[in-house]
Design a binder for this molecule. Structure first.
Ligand code: COI
Length: 332
């Protein structure tokens, strides 16, 4: 049995080595390159592919894998929005993901960033750099006074809710699918409009689908409370960045923490030092004292990376051995 793993980073190598030591019957080849049109040929002769990247898996990559007789692709992350469902099905590729590698990694990061916004740490940091050590006028706000509207109550949203409750915030939630425990606690509101009307903080914990793209647009911002805070550590295209910029200009949005951006694949996880970056919305947002941008790092913890490697390799081996895996993603 032969598995090739693409896009392996230095920090993943010890976990791959551990998995390999536990599975001497499997031949594992690791490459640092991503799974792209230019590198897919490396997979020839392997039984399964493990991969992790934000760049799209092109239709040509999927067709080439199928042409090599490879029908098992295991992602080391959760999101599958960089795969074309039509091409996946046409090439009969079975795809697995790692749906629960560390909900706490993302939830804790989201809460951290909200606290940074409320306590205005970016502004104080800049003042401090200028040797201005005065308090005023950057008065802060307290998390225990907020009404936190959590959109999406899957694994990450639920951990976030528990943390927010620990801080004494009032939590309300919206999801198409209700979790029975949260239901019993009466946390759900019936509609997004209701959540927008009540929340002083809105945090997104939902996947990107065609129907969730730009869910926070001009119309949605108009329904929110003045001075709302927005947290997004899910997927960039959930927010219309032009509408967000307008809402920041008008004061409708008091602050935003964005771990993801609409067009992030061309900048995040690249060293852009000294390079031209044609991304006006990025520069606009980044220049603001009340906007925190981080390069999609919410997931990036030791626990998460360990689980991403182990569970993706396990799933790929399961596919090779049995043709099935409980982690198979449905593209229907
Ligand atoms: C995911 O697991 O889908 C993430 O958002 C991590 C990301 C860097 C691809």
């Amino acid at each position: 049995m032969k598995i090739i793993a693409y896009g392996i980073r230095k920090d993943e190598k010890p976990y791959v080595a551990k998995w390999q030591a536990e599975h001497p019957e499997v031949e594992v080849k690791i490459v640092e390159d991503l799974l792209l049109d230019e590198t897919v040929n490396l997979a020839q002769g392997f039984d399964g592919v493990v991969a992790f990247q934000q760049a799209p898996y092109t239709d040509n990559v999927l067709a080439t894998l199928a042409g090599y007789g490879i029908h098992y692709l295991s992602l080391r992350n959760v999101g599958v929005d960089n795969l074309n469902p039509v091409a996946v099905k046409a090439n009969k590729i079975k795809v697995t993901n790692v749906p629960v590698y560390s909900p706490a990694a993302i939830a804790e990061f989201s809460v951290t960033q909200l606290l940074n916004l409320l306590r205005r740490t970016k502004e104080y940091f800049h003042k401090f750099e200028r040797h201005d050590y005065r308090w005023a006028p950057e008065i802060s706000h307290e998390l225990n006074q907020q009404v936190v509207g959590v959109i999406g109550t899957g694994h990450i949203g639920r951990v976030a809710i528990n943390i927010y409750k620990g801080f004494g915030a009032k939590v309300i939630a919206y999801d198409k699918f209700h979790n029975p425990e949260l239901e019993a606690e009466g946390l759900y509101v019936d509609s997004l409009d209701e959540l927008y009307a009540q929340a002083t903080v809105i945090t997104l914990h939902i996947p990107l689908f065609p129907e969730t793209e730009h869910m926070l647009d001009q119309a949605a911002f108009a329904k929110m409370n003045d001075g709302v805070y927005i947290i997004n550590a899910s997927r960039g295209p959930l927010i219309d960045e032009t509408a967000l910029i307008e809402a920041l200009d008008s004061g409708k949005v008091a602050g935003a923490a964005l771990d993801v951006l609409e067009d992030e694949t061309k900048v995040f996880n690249h060293d852009m030092a000294g390079k031209n970056m044609d991304y006006p919305e990025f520069w606009n947002l980044d220049s603001r004292e009340n906007v925190l941008i981080s390069p999609h790092t919410a997931f990036y913890t030791d626990v998460a990376v360990m689980n991403m490697v182990k569970q993706s390799f396990d799933a790929n081996l399961e596919l090779i051995q049995t043709g099935n895996s409980e982690k198979e993603v449905s593209f229907d």
